[in-house]
Design a protein. Structure first.
Length: 437
């Protein structure tokens, strides 16, 4: 990987692209530290010092915003509205025939779906920005802070509207920066910004583990966490690269005087076909009961049960439900994103077949059978990776600040692998051996 980056900086046009991406990343991180108008920066800093910033209800969104959410900056919403909009459009593509038809139209249909995603992102940013401001005004953003009522001194309608508009504009700017990286950079800009947001919290999390450690001044826990992190990165790389290759043979056809087909290829089915989406779904749904309790301030029996079992990430109920929901959503997401019948029909249309399997319905049944078998280990792997922060809570008292686990490590490794592939593919287009040596 380091060799690929070194060779990329030696190539003039790739060097310009990498420097451009680094400049966009600097702008992105700068916006994550500019406070919103109307927010008391001193009160926010006081509350940030008094609480555990990585824990609580807003930990997931705060991670995707690079720590900007709890600091109430202009990029407080981060890239989360775009991620939510993309997931919603992807799920609706299976339900709404119009979106499914657009998906099959190629580049023009993809551009239209991207436009719908932008509109939905702005709408979600307005909704989430309003909710964030209301949460900060009520003191629920920092419930244990002594100055939580002073975070927004002026709660007039004009001031609140200004804050919501500013956060929505910040989300639109983040979308624009991501598209700039996609068009003029080295790959998927949104994934790159997500990578930067999560990686920004790694140094602080590691240093917090060192400061809270007791072995050799905290260095013992620090070294153990680093070693565990390297082992987990290796495991994630191994599983993310693992795939089941189903061989496909295309029959030879004569059209005029030319022969077509007769080639062999394969269908790559990844072990982790769903990616990080099941973890995000499960985390979001488990936050809903705690969110209801937090806003209603109920003291009923069900509210106390939620506080003791679903808000506490170390409880047996939370661990069990979290794991089962991840497994369920892994199968659910794979089922709606991969259609064996459609793949079998396309193969039959172009004269393709799986050796030993008849074309048509038997091919679709065989693909479903293989997909279900490889989804089981992928779902179990996602569940175990997502529970690593809970294990770290017990072993290292690291709470959800533990960097090597859950959503963070999956996204970091996934985006890193994709970026390296993008760089290597562009290097291969510029460095090749001639016919003569």
């Amino acid at each position: 990987m380091l060799t690929a980056f070194a060779r990329a900086f030696q190539t003039p046009d790739l060097r310009k692209k990498l420097l451009f991406v680094l400049g966009i990343i600097l702008l992105f991180r700068l916006g994550a530290h500019i406070p919103l108008p109307g927010v008391s920066y001193e009160a926010v800093n006081t509350c940030m010092d008094e609480i555990e910033t990585g824990s609580g209800l807003f930990g997931l969104v705060n991670m995707f915003s690079g720590g900007a959410l709890l600091q109430l900056t202009i990029f407080a919403l981060g890239i989360m509205p775009y991620i939510t909009a993309s997931i919603i459009l992807q799920l609706l593509t299976v339900v709404i025939p119009r979106l499914e038809a657009l998906k099959k139209e190629g580049q023009a249909g993809t551009a239209k779906i991207t436009q719908y995603t932008r509109y939905l992102t702005v709408a979600l940013a307005i909704l989430q920005g309003t909710g964030l401001v209301a949460t900060a005004r009520s003191g629920s953003l920092f419930p244990t802070c002594s100055v939580n009522s002073q975070i927004i001194p002026d709660d007039s309608i004009f001031r609140v509207a200004t804050m919501v508009i500013t956060m929505t504009a910040g989300t639109a700017v983040i979308m624009w920066l991501g598209e700039l990286i996609t068009d003029r950079g080295i790959g998927n800009g949104m994934s790159m910004l997500m990578f930067v947001s999560i990686a920004a919290g790694f140094p602080g999390s590691l240093w917090a583990i060192k400061q809270s450690g007791k072995i050799a001044g905290g260095w013992g826990e620090f070294i153990v966490v680093i070693a565990l992190g390297l082992a987990m990165v290796g495991l994630v790389v191994f599983v993310e690269q693992a795939q089941r290759r189903i061989p496909v043979q295309y029959a030879k056809r004569m059209i005029g005087r030319r022969s077509y087909g007769g080639t062999s290829t394969y269908i790559p089915l990844k072990v982790n076909q769903a990616g990080v989406i099941p973890v995000i779904f499960a985390s979001s749904l488990l936050y809903i009961p705690a969110l209801i309790v937090q806003f209603t301030n109920s003291q009923a029996g069900w509210a106390q049960w939620v506080q003791s079992n679903l808000v506490n990430t170390g409880s047996a109920w939370y661990v069990t439900l979290y794991f089962l929901m991840i497994v369920f959503f892994a199968f659910f997401y794979v089922a709606i994103t991969f259609n064996p019948e459609e793949v079998a029909d396309n193969m039959k249309k172009y004269g393709g077949f799986i050796p030993g399997i008849r074309a048509g319905r038997p091919t679709a049944e065989y693909l479903s059978y293989v997909l279900n078998r490889i989804t089981w280990p992928g779902a179990m792997y996602l569940g175990l990776i997502a529970l690593v922060p809970t294990i770290a809570l017990v072993l290292f008292n690291a709470d959800t600040n533990f960097p090597f686990g859950g959503t963070s490590i999956l996204i970091i490794v996934g985006v890193g692998l994709e970026t390296v592939k993008q760089i290597e593919s562009q290097l291969q287009q510029r460095n090749y051996e001639g016919f003569l040596r």
